[in-house]
Design a protein around this ligand. Sequence first.
Ligand code: NAD
Length: 480
Amino acid sequence: MEKIQNYIGGSLISPLSKKYIDNFEPAKGSVYSLIPDSDAQDIELAVKASKKAFPVWSVMPKQERSAILLKLADLILKNADQLAFEESRDNGKPLKLASQVDIPRAEANIRFFATAILHFESESHSMENTAINYTLREPIGIVATISPWNLPLYLFTWKIAPALAAGNCVIAKPSEITPYTAYALSKLCKEAGLPDGVLNIVHGLGAKVGEAISLHPDIKVISFTGGTQTGKRIASIAAPMFKKLSLELGGKNPNIIFDDCDFDDMLKTTMRSSFSNQGQICLCGSRILIQKGIYEDFKKAFVERTKELIIGNPLDDKSNIGAIVSEPHMNKILSYIELAKEEGGKILAGGHRVYIDGENKNGWFIEPTIIEGLANSCRTNQEEIFGPVVTLQSFETEEDALAIANGTEYGLAATVWTSNLKKAHRLAQKLHSGIVWVNCWLVRDLRTPFGGVKNSGVGREGGFEALRFFTEAKNVCIYL
Ligand code: NAD
């Protein structure tokens, strides 16, 4: 069986313990490769390799760093079909989604930050006749990135690209649930000519490798994307060590639909914002709030469309819904559907595990599920399910919608559907959310600040925000 390797100091190597853990193919429910079960010793090795590489990488002219990263982006493009296949096999997502979204975005992330660094500028503050200040933004040193399984290469590259472009050496930990495309990328890094030790990819369990990262005194920065509980754990270790942290966490995003919206447009996009990637996108609108006047029309059309979705082999072009990423995650989603019933929810569509004939008979599939009749305060509407499960709630006024939308501990993204421009602006200002989409969803400009408020996170990624995060500001004051 294929053994995934760590990428440390420019070499593909086994974990020092020589131990491996199983890597599953969700659509088949079976093991297809092995993942290094790395631990603190491997992180120590990666820190040593980073320390050796930093003096060269950090002073390399940014044009040269940029050229290497652009070569890496070219290689992702060249290998896009293979990477998309590997992503789909590892994660269970439909191949067409990996081909159209995940891999192109991974390439775009690298290309974007490879060129953004060339335009990155700093501030100067003049004190008239007294002094002039200018701010240097220098690479920090060894930084770590920890990423989740839902958009594996997409989020992995979203973090490493600005860190590398800014001149840092990176220790990157992909999710142990979807390690494969990060492994594939490590081979491309060699081909692109990335100097040894500049990027180190250490695979393994969060409780071992992740904790070793949080605890290591020489890793000064951690950029994390994942669950809110994990974010809390990382912060509890890293904050007293004064590490710089960016925490991109969970969400329970409202999708607010007013009766003056463009119904067809809204319905088409709401299908995507509810069930893309089996609902396993932190930005999915899992609470759908509908104004009373169109509640019944929406419900009828949405349920009809949802029942038409094809659940099946992710490699099959006809499949709209692929497999859930892991068996424990599937069971967690199913347990939330049971909870919703106990809380008095009515299942309008879906609600069950799906068994598919043939080679996918042991795969982990769940029907896209719609639930109504639950108060916003119940657990189903408060806790992140992170699967193909949405709830419907009706509202009467703008104020009601806002109160429901803001009535959770999360604040990552919100969507508003209305043709009233003033109303859209008013809501956008009042929503407790890092991102607000009006009459669209998941339209992304990589220059914009990305992140959440409340329990959805701390800090912003994207554009110059990310380059600022991965650099240290030093003010120089010159007396005149
Ligand atoms: P997770 O928190 O279980 O794992 C994320 C990463 O953290 C993995 O690499 C994991 O190995 C590592 N990890 C686990 N325990 C750790 C520890 N104690 N110390 C250090 N690292 C540790 O999350 P997940 O299940 O992989 O991903 C799903 C979650 O990610 C959802 O909550 C989702 O909303 C969130 N997410 C957020 C965003 C965002 O941008 N805000 C984007 C995607 C996913």
